[in-house]
Write a protein that binds this ligand. Structure first.
Ligand code: MN
Length: 482
């Protein structure tokens, strides 16, 4: 894609009306399935896959290669989908940009959000159940070995600030505890703050759980946005058109009109019940503990609804958290450090805990300031490695090389003890742990040859097909004595 597109206003980027062959953003889930299918990235599994383990096992086996669609899972009328965004390139495709422009596009959308537009009738309300029995009405899978039963894992949780009325979007694991009851893990961010405000007033907090949305709306939900910043407005900017929303049937919340399924309910004040264990993104089980409880008030869905499930710890789970965080952390760091070139949340650090930062170094010591900025950007950031421009931060072996040859622990290491970290990191004490930063940049005053990376002239230009001769390796003797 061209420079023009990168710097175009959010609602004009990658527009469908440009009349050329530029790809445009995908705005609905069904359109996305067509897109995946056309590229042989959608596997339709044989009907009747068991909802207990078998569905997750198949989805995980195909993770990163193909999205999976399960017709009549466990005999249920509603099909299940998984692995919708399990590759970085796929996410770029959904935005209609090259992979190298992915973060810039997301940043642009976050900087130029587009307010949603309200509609009065919506596909997601074609069917309305006020007498809800989740276990009967939805195909609910069980994923990991020790999960405490059925979970809704791909539900965007929409809530509202009780004071300002501004909506928030977040993803939470939801344990199906009864026909109209869900256990929910609320980590200490925006939804939790709204809940505390409601609970102090003795009130429940209305929530809507939205299942089955397009990949860009899903991605938007994971932006590290300030409080009172409605993440659905990022989805609109990524689509290049305001997101159509509809009012819930039992609350004032507005939900994406084109979604597949909405579970309406309220988080009850002063109520906690046992939730967990559940297989989480760090590849460990989130522990069983007393957690918040949602009482379901209605279930609405399309006539031919699809149910999306995210298998805990899969690539979809990791990337959905990683990409929006990378984009928002990069923007956050650049406000103070314009010489930050790129950031990457490495897969080995579960796309949350290990941040690689590439900089054009101008000043000794600044790598440590950048580390502190990154720790402040999100509490999940645990280890930060800062490298120079000649290191590819998307290649873990390159980053390790920089650490092995440019880092000295007595001089380049920063440790901050007893800080807020991720409660899902089992090595923390209930979310309290250390931060570590490593400055793996070259000293500015170093002799040029000392840190000059070796290079064979012409290496990058070798055309292997042209230089390998006709004699096969097994006949090497013959090649020497023709
Ligand atoms: Mn938020």
């Amino acid at each position: 894609m061209t420079e023009t597109t990168m710097h175009a206003p959010a609602n004009g980027g990658a527009s469908v009306t440009s009349g050329d062959n530029k790809p445009r953003p995908v705005t609905t889930l069904r359109e996305w399935l067509d897109h995946l299918a056309a590229r042989d990235r959608l596997a339709v599994i044989k009907p009747g896959t068991s909802l207990k383990f078998e569905l997750a096992a198949i989805a995980k086996k195909l993770d990163g290669e193909k999205a999976t669609l399960f017709p009549s899972p466990g005999g249920h009328a509603i099909p299940v989908l998984s692995g919708l965004v399990s590759d970085r390139q796929w996410i770029a495709d959904a935005m209609g940009v090259n992979a190298s422009e992915l973060l810039a596009r997301f940043q642009d959308a976050a900087a130029n959000p587009l307010p949603w537009t309200e509609v009065t009738s919506a596909p997601v309300q074609e069917v309305v159940h006020r007498d809800v029995d989740l276990g009967k009405q939805l195909p609910l899978p069980v994923h990991n070995e020790h999960d405490n039963g059925e979970y809704i894992t791909a539900g965007l949780c929409i809530s509202r600030n009780p004071v300002t009325g501004v909506q928030n979007v977040s993803l939470h694991r939801l344990q199906v505890s009864g026909p109209n009851r869900l256990g929910v893990l609320l980590l200490p961010r925006h939804t939790h703050m709204f809940y505390e405000m409601a609970e102090r007033a003795g009130q429940p907090l209305d929530v809507a759980i939205v299942v089955g949305v397009d990949p860009l709306t899903l991605l938007s939900s994971q932006a590290i946005a300030p409080i009172d910043f409605d993440e659905l407005t990022i989805a609109g900017a990524l689509h290049g058109a305001p997101l159509p929303v509809v009012k819930c049937v039992t609350s004032e919340l507005r939900v994406p009109a084109e979604a597949e399924i909405v579970v309406e309910g309220r988080v009850l004040p002063k109520v906690r019940e046992l939730e967990g264990p559940f297989g989480e993104f760090p590849q460990y089980y989130g522990e069983r503990a007393n957690r918040h409880v949602i009482e379901v008030t209605a279930l609405t869905h399309r006539k031919d609804a699809l149910f999306h499930t995210i298998v805990g710890g899969g690539l979809e789970h990791l990337l959905l958290g990683g990409i929006p965080r990378e984009a928002t952390l990069l923007a956050h760091l650049r406000r103070s450090f314009p010489n930050v070139r790129d950031v990457h949340l490495a897969r080995g650090g579960v796309c949350r805990y290990h941040l690689y930062v590439q900089i054009a170094k101008r000043q000794e010591g600044e790598a440590k300031n950048i580390m502190m900025g990154a720790f402040a950007g999100h509490y999940d950031v645990k280890h930060v490695i800062v490298v120079d421009e000649d290191v590819d931060i998307h290649n873990p072996a390159e980053v390790e090389w920089a650490v092995s040859t440019r880092f000295q622990a007595d001089r380049d290491l920063l440790i901050v003890p007893e800080s807020q970290g991720s409660k899902l990191d089992p090595s923390t004490r209930n979310g309290v742990g250390a931060k570590m930063g490593m400055d793996a940049t070259k000293p500015l005053d170093a002799d040029e040859m000392k840190f000059k990376r070796i290079r064979v002239p012409g290496e990058d230009d070798v055309d292997v097909k042209k230089v390998i001769g006709a004699v096969p390796g097994s006949s090497w003797r013959k090649a020497l004595n023709p």
